[in-house]
Design a protein around this ligand. Structure first.
Ligand code: GLN
Length: 495
């Protein structure tokens, strides 16, 4: 492989450590790639080239000073990555792809960002997304369209669309996104990259703009599972600034995966509710073939059942909108973001700022969420949804008595055409039918590429794990990856 921007994180890290390449060279290769591909793909809301060059030179100094890896360098020192525009970045504009935050420059870093900086990672810029992470296609961005690098008339998936396209188009070696109902796994599947949503609480949400606080979780994307593992272990772990972050040791995931991961003796559960009508035939065939491959590698396949699956989408759209309506109350044009209608007094200023600052989908969610929380409807909707959420969690607890990992398709179909679902919110919501339950149950979930459909678009295999058992997911994914070539097939950026 000759192009530096095509290196996996683990390979780039090895070459940086041995001084075969410099971080500056690697960073320049990514910046050059961004320059050429960005007009087609549109991943970035902002490219922080100057900062990236500075950080790359710093990383090169750190690497040179130590010669070999010591406490001052990490596996991520000098690795160029990019971030969904939902992470607060000190002195770098952070918009959440919303007009209401179009001129917001944070005064501090999210914990994830601070940890990445400390590890020596290089920040290439901020990535496009659905406004406030509400969406499945990136089409709800108030800023720009992002296109799928595999076929430019297709959506990249959402809401972390830019996080997936920048990896698939080799603009960055890795990225971070957030996943509230599938927003890491769906775009990872649509763009043919690896993405993991860890257990709820595994990664700090401090400084991550909130959508639905009981569901939001941060996670990485990369071209390989080992790359994603290195990113995850750098940011995971207890944070005193986020009381929901879990105080449990973070394994050296990449080290534990090792060079020859095995699935021998692993019990993989196949939930029958995830292979139902409406599932695209190419997707089903590829996912079943991947499961067959895991069986050939020594895993045992067991059938499991998740009987409350059919209620997941409805439950999610009550819980998530309720939490969103309360989280988005803070955008009033007073402390930050867009302000309008000042001349007409305070109430009008709030109203005008919100009217002009939020897009249609965000308004829809605020109204829905306010409705389900209002007196008289609370019991019928919100509190009922909370009870169903418990039933969904129990389904998984019972299934995990019979298996160690659950395998399903990540999405019922591959990337759809731009514009084909924007008029029909319900149809759009159904894109997440196979990912949403995982967030409601707080479990770790991952998507890795497992094939291409007849149109040449990537298909994702979803792996779901027990609480805090990201390692088993990563090991299983790496064992599968080692046995196939799907993660090495690259998007061609063709119309
Ligand atoms: N597509 C889902 C939604 O629109 C999930 C989004 C997400 O995970 N952030 O809410």
């Amino acid at each position: 492989m000759s192009r530096l921007d095509e290196l996996s994180i683990e390979e780039a890290s090895r070459r940086l450590a041995s001084r075969e390449i410099s971080s500056r060279e690697l960073t320049e290769a990514c910046l050059a790639r961004i320059e050429v591909t960005e007009p087609k793909v549109g991943s970035f809301l902002e490219v922080t080239a100057q900062l990236a060059r500075q950080q790359a030179d710093d990383a090169d100094r750190r690497l040179a000073a130590t010669g070999t890896r010591t406490s001052d360098t990490t596996a991520l020192t000098g690795i160029p990555i990019a971030l969904k525009d939902i992470f607060l970045t000190k002195d770098v504009r952070t918009t959440c792809a919303s007009r209401i935050l179009e001129n917001f420059i944070p005064t501090f870093d999210a914990t994830v960002v601070a940890r990445l900086r400390r590890a020596g990672a290089v920040l290439l810029g901020k990535l496009n997304m659905d406004e406030f992470a509400m969406g499945s296609s990136c089409e709800n961005s108030a800023m720009q369209l992002t296109r799928n690098p595999w076929k430019l008339d297709r959506v990249p998936g959402g809401s972390s669309g830019g996080s997936a396209t920048c990896v698939a188009a080799h603009q960055a070696l890795g990225s971070f996104g957030t996943d509230t109902g599938g927003s890491i796994r769906l775009p990872a599947a649509f763009c043919g990259v690896a993405g993991i949503k860890p257990t709820y609480g595994r990664v700090s949400r401090y400084g991550v703009i909130a959508f639905a606080s009981s569901l939001d979780q941060v996670g990485p994307m990369a071209s390989t599972t080992r790359g994603a593992a290195l990113l995850l272990q750098t940011v995971a772990g207890k944070d005193p600034l986020d009381s929901t972050s879990i105080d449990a040791p973070v394994p050296d995931y990449a080290g534990a995966i090792g060079t020859a991961p095995t699935v021998k003796g692993l019990r993989i559960g196949i939930p029958r509710e995830y292979f139902v009508e409406g599932l695209d035939a190419d997707v089903e065939a590829a996912v079943r073939a991947a499961i067959g491959k895991l069986q050939d590698l020594g895993a045992t396949i067991v059938e499991v059942t998740l009987p409350h699956t059919e209620y997941a989408v409805a439950t999610y759209y009550i819980v998530a909108t309720a939490e969103a309506s309360s989280n988005l109350g803070r955008y009033d044009g007073v402390r930050y973001g867009r302000r309008r209608g000042e001349e007409q007094g305070l109430r009008d200023m709030y109203g005008e700022s919100r009217e002009q600052g939020f897009g249609a989908e965000v308004k829809r969610r605020i109204m829905l969420g306010t409705y389900v929380l209002s007196a008289g409807y609370y019991d019928a909707y919100y509190s009922k949804a909370m009870r169903v959420r418990t039933l969904i969690r129990r389904d998984f607890e019972q299934a995990f008595e019979r298996c160690d990992v659950i395998a399903t398709p990540t999405a019922p179909a591959t990337a759809f055409e731009i514009g084909s679902r924007t008029d029909d919110p319900l149809k759009m919501y159904l894109s997440d039918i196979l990912t949403i339950s995982v967030n409601l149950a707080g479990l770790p979930g991952m998507s890795i590429p497992c094939g291409l459909d007849s149109a040449g678009l990537p298909i994702g295999l979803q792996l779901i794990g027990k609480p805090l058992d990201e390692l088993t997911l990563l090991r299983t994914a790496a064992a599968y990856e080692d046995s196939c070539h799907w993660h090495r097939v690259s998007a061609e950026l063709k119309p």
